[in-house]
Design a protein around this ligand. Sequence first.
Ligand code: FAD
Length: 475
Amino acid sequence: SREAVFMSRQNTALSVEEVREALVGVLGESRVLQDPGRLEAHSGDWSEAKRVRPSLVICPRTPQEVASALAVCSRLGQQVVVQGGLTGLAGGATPCNGEIALSLARLNAVEDLDEVAGTVRVQAGVVLEELQQWVEKRDWTFPLDLGARGSCHVGGNAATNAGGNRVIRFGTMRERVLGLEVALPDGRLLSMLNRVTKNTTGIDLKHLFIGSEGTLGVITRLDLKLSPKPTSSSTALCALPSFEAATQLVRDLQRALPALSAFEVMWSDYLAAATQITSLRRPFEEDHPVYVLIETLGADDLADREALERALGQALDSGLVADVIVAQSVEDSRRLWTYREAVGELLGALKPFAAFDVGIPMSRMQEFVEQVGRDLRQLFPDQKHLFFGHIGDGNLHVLSGPHSANGSLHEIEKMVYLATERAGGCISAEHGIGVVKKEFLPHSRTGEELDAMRSLKLLFDPANILNAGRVFDAA
Ligand code: FAD
């Protein structure tokens, strides 16, 4: 039976030295690392999953080397955790005992730009921000954007189907990936590389690997769709009387401003905490229940700014917006984004934290925020409970901490995920499941769906060596 297949394949019985020798045989000494500093640097991601040093770190330099290393691991029954930029918030890249870490950091070349079609072929370990800057110099833009841009890899972005700040205009990573190359656990290199937008040649296998968090294969190369580089950008921060006003405002702005690229909501407690931690001054004299950061990306500076000001003027007149700051310079715009991007510093300050990235239908969002906020404040009056998110696409973040006892983190998770299920939402809109949300996946997926995931795992990774125990248990 399938269960028996998985049960019979535990992690390797060989010593670390024996595994190391076999890997050195295909990668060479310099790509198989064992010094304590290196092991420590690869012992965890940004989540609250317990840090564990891998027994070795391997850093292949080519897709073929990734495949060859996996073939060795499959043969030896050695379990492997895949690591991109380690900015994940779900613990998927954090090693479990006895695993070796496969880092994509040295697979970091931008291979080829098709300037006519606007596509780029990159290796998986390219850092998102480096790709953004590389294509911008060549008059294109790669519009996926998130706070972790300076460290996360495009391979990691595909593995988690990352979202971020501009999904309302440009979609998630899934919508930017035209093709993929994946090293399978048995050592085969599966090419699904493809540079055309429309392609109906049978089952589109790449979608199995996008968002599957390294459970089925290691992404080694990607063909990505670019967009023409915008030449104008406008930013505004609005103070709103209620969340209801925000739901109306996003609808109005989507109609009035085709260039709308971000609509980020921050509830008042979040903005207060962000103001404190960044030492920025409060943006408005008075406090307001909800704030919205708006960005447009277009092609005509003056016309775009006028269109934004006109739309926000109407919102002020109708009472949807109580106050507004429109950035007058790049510097201003950066400062307004700092409030939203303070989340990196807040994550550090609120450790140990419970962090959520749930998807909630817009029609249920305010009720959800009120109920969960009330429950959290009642149960944990001494902690901060901050609500914010990419609300333009129904993605709400909740950050709660610091919590001293592990038990309370678990209690909060149970409470929030149950409320999420009741609201008809999903427990992860962009960060993925990893290990920290695995227990709660049945809140969002049926037993049949989980069975289908296990069947795919068995097909691609029968020895269960790759990211074992992430997202779901193989058996
Ligand atoms: P890692 O953390 O290294 O890995 C994540 C998962 O993908 C792991 O399961 C790993 O095994 C797997 N993986 C990594 N590379 C590969 C590969 N090449 N092949 C197969 N599997 C692989 N996420 C968002 O979606 N939107 C946001 O707005 C956002 N904001 C963030 C802000 C901050 C401050 C931080 C710290 C994180 C944020 N994140 C956000 C989460 C994180 O940045 C994303 O999930 C990102 O896509 C992870 O990429 P990574 O390269 O760091 O992956």
